[in-house]
Design a protein around this ligand. Sequence first.
Ligand SMILES: [Fe+2]
Ligand SMILES: [Fe+2]
Length: 482
Amino acid sequence: MTDIINVDYRETIPNNVGLSEDRRVLKALEGWHPGYLNWWKDMGPDGFQEAMVYLRTAVSVDPKGWAKFDYVRMPEYRWGILLAPPEPNRKIPFGKHFGEPAWQDVPGEYRAMLRRLVVIQGDTEPASVEQQRHLGKTAPSLYDMRNLFQVNVEEGRHLWAMVYILHKYFGRDGREEAEELLRRRSGSEDAPRMLGAFNEKTPDWLSFFMFTFFTDRDGKMQLESLAQSGFDPLSRTCRFMLTEEAHHMFVGETGIGRTVQRTCEAMKAAGVEDTDDVAKVRALGVIDLPTIQKKLNLHYSLSLDLFGSEVSTNAANAFNAGLKGRFRETAIEDDHKLENDTYPVLKLVGGKIASVDEPALTALNMRLRDDYTRDCAKGVERFNKIIERTGIGFRLALPHVAFHRQIGEFKDVRATPVGVLMDEATWARNRDRYLPSASDGEFIASLMKPVSEPGKFASWISPPKVGIDNRPGDFEYVKIAA
Ligand SMILES: [Fe+2]
Ligand SMILES: [Fe+2]
């Protein structure tokens, strides 16, 4: 088959980009590699660097069968540089260069804009590893621990993917940016990560599942729009990253789903009907549904901020330039230039929330965010199906876009999760009904007892329906070093 590009694993840096013939880039990456390993040892999973983890490693970019599974110590993971196969005669699919051949080199006039897009994407990858580095110690099972580590090594690989682009196409300033990506730290005072949600803490496993459901899904949307890029190497690298991102969202969705399932089953078994009787539900050793809703409110609102301002000239410029497209751009039936189109944007008009038609070009962040919201809502419906099947009367819901925002139209107002505006004092009195409180956090933390016997799970979460790589229920996904 011609679409399979096998990966060269004889090299220290596995790749399908012909790195051994590209001495300049190979040397630059070899120079960066030790710093990366130091970063991984300092900021990667705390306490499990010697553990043997049942991980998948990409061995080709063929969508069917690109991975192999085996036990690996994480610092020895084969982080590779993998681009999806080139599409012959690919054309720029949007913007003012619509229909011109896709660029194989950086177009000079857009160099700075393109570098910034790559750096912002690159910065999120190590950030999430940093945010999740303590979670191994409280994993609810070896299965979950393995999934966490899989996500972590792949975020590491995504950093490699962006660093390759920087080294290969941006010369000296690319090298400097690649160094900076290893220097910034999530939550640091002097050198924080670039985006807000990536400086938040991920204190417990429910946060981790919410993060992989909501924040990795933002990642998916960003990668989808960069996969449309007229700069072909970026498009190809993002297309391959999306195959890995799918697993991250699987971890989030099944993690939340299993948590919800366990709560409902425990309530049923104990004859507890009232979902608001938080004390009674918590006494069962599970997380009550209202607290799960509060966690969802928090993570969804933080993730909405990642899309930036609803109306943005940067977004318009990146689209016009052919660098960042829309979600599934090539499947959209229009002129792909948007010069005369409008798009409805929710805005604050005279103290009220109203829909205003804005030029479609400047409303691209809003449009991508709407696509994201639809994707999230489908997942939430699947959670509601789980609750429904157990016969418990409760529904989870996405909060309104005006709720708890720090960026965009609604950053200066307070709103309830259903979008009713309120004053600051009312917000302060009600905040803990909408978002996780300190005592909610303490309760969840009290459940985070590690379970490391194969096939066993913590009290608050159901086992998965099937194992990873079809392994049986008692499979030892992580062999923790003695
Ligand atoms: Fe990623
Ligand atoms: Fe991810």
